[in-house]
Design a protein around this ligand. Structure first.
Ligand code: 13P
Length: 402
């Protein structure tokens, strides 16, 4: 249940001057460690999946576990695509369950970044999903981080930030003010004046990439100047790596499970430290009470067919599953046939939308219009349609906010 709208979550953090932690996860151990820490701290948390890590796990396979873990968590959770490359990545992430997406075209020329971000915002907002854009460039400095984020730092300018946010409509902006991905040698020097000016000019939640290695004092200054989300990964990977090396030291012939034992706790400890620094500890109840829940909509049709034989109906269903399943915001398309021969309606479509916004954007989407007008409506005059939301204990009184 505690999946909440990410836009509300970050608005709450921005208004109350704390930063939600967005932790990149690369395995089930990371997932469990992050949520265990968030629950221990009673903190809202963002489960982040970075496209730059997709070589390390199967995104499609991992997402159902991420969603299941988020639903059974005792704290409010959002699921976010980190460093999404383009429109296709954003659609795929939303259809697989992300409730927020980042489009990262920060390595492109300004106009191209604008164009790509605008495209993603139009699609994502039609699905009720908020978007994080990035302006300026946050590089990686060592090892894997340098490979994933090559190049030199480019600072965000206030003027460009204003134009970018106005013209793209992004909900959150990742800024470059001196942080880097990964651990920097020496203490990073952060440009707080620049951050303060960006915050005053924009008034939207700001995001910092490169949380690893920042001091307590730096966390405080970032948050005081509008940062509402801090991305964190390398320190978690390092903690996991140390735990494995320790196990190897103690048990050089150990098998897989004995070597990874301890990873979950190592990740949880580091996440807890970061949550406490960001000030989100103890905020879970407020966020749950004040943020709309993130709930799917079921678009259910029951119908009878005239003028098609069984093979024709099956062909229509196959085509519909493919065409409708590719529409942004469609989580799943299930087709069915009544079990009893005397059922009032013979067939069903159950189309799962990620959000209420998809009721309209799906109806008007060219792929739906074409399929409905040419293939479905001509043979299914006798039908009932309902869009409904699951009624689940504990969320009814929040329903009005969805
Ligand atoms: P670190 O690896 O420096 O913590 O940064 C993570 C990040 O910004 C992911 O987007």
């Amino acid at each position: 249940m505690p999946l909440v709208q990410m836009k509300d979550m970050l608005r709450h953090a921005h208004a109350h001057r704390y930063a939600a932690g967005a932790f990149d996860l690369v395995s089930l151990d990371f997932l469990e460690g992050i949520l265990a820490a968030a629950e221990r701290c009673r903190a809202p948390v963002i489960l982040s999946l970075a496209e730059s890590h997709f070589a390390n796990f199967d995104f499609e396979l991992l997402m159902p576990a991420v969603e299941a873990a988020a639903r059974r968590a005792a704290v409010p959770v959002a699921i976010h695509l980190d460093h999404g490359a383009n429109l296709k990545s954003a659609v795929s992430a939303i259809n697989r369950g992300c409730s927020g997406v980042m489009v990262d075209a920060s390595d492109r020329p300004f106009d191209e970044n604008l164009r790509l971000t605008r495209e993603v915002v139009a699609m994502a907002h039609a699905c009720g999903v908020p978007v994080e854009g990035e302006l300026g460039y946050v590089p990686g400095v060592e090892g894997e981080d340098a490979e994933r984020h090559p190049g030199e730092i480019a600072y965000t300018t206030v003027e460009q930030a204003r134009t970018y946010v106005e013209e793209t409509g992004v909900d959150f902006l990742a800024v470059s003010i001196g942080t880097v991905h990964g651990l920097m040698r020496g203490e990073p020097k952060l440009d707080y004046l620049r951050l303060q000016q960006i915050n005053e000019a924009l008034g939207i939640p700001l995001v910092i990439h490169g949380g690893t290695g920042l001091s307590d004092d730096q966390f405080r200054h970032l948050i005081a100047n509008g940062v509402a989300k801090i991305n964190y990964y390398t320190a978690l990977a390092d903690a996991a790596g140390s735990s494995i090396r320790e196990n190897v030291g103690e048990n050089p012939n150990g098998g897989y499970t004995s070597l990874v034992q301890g990873v979950r706790n190592a990740v949880a400890e580091e996440v807890e430290r970061c949550i406490r620094l960001g000030g989100s500890a103890g905020r879970a109840d407020e966020v749950l009470a004040e943020c709309a829940p993130w709930l799917p909509i079921e678009h259910l049709i029951v119908y009878n067919v005239l003028g098609l034989d069984t093979a024709g109906v099956q062909a229509m269903m196959t085509e519909g599953r493919r065409a409708l399943g590719a529409i942004p915001g469609v989580r799943q398309v299930i087709t069915g046939e009544a079990v009893k021969a005397d059922a009032e309606y013979r067939y069903t479509w159950l189309v799962r939308f990620c959000h209420t916004a998809v009721i309209d954007s799906y109806r008007d989407h060219p792929a739906h219009v074409a399929f409905a007008d040419q293939r479905f409506r001509p043979v299914a005059g006798n039908r009932l349609t309902i869009d409904y939301q699951e009624i689940e204990a504990g969320i009814q009184n929040q329903r009005g906010k969805a």
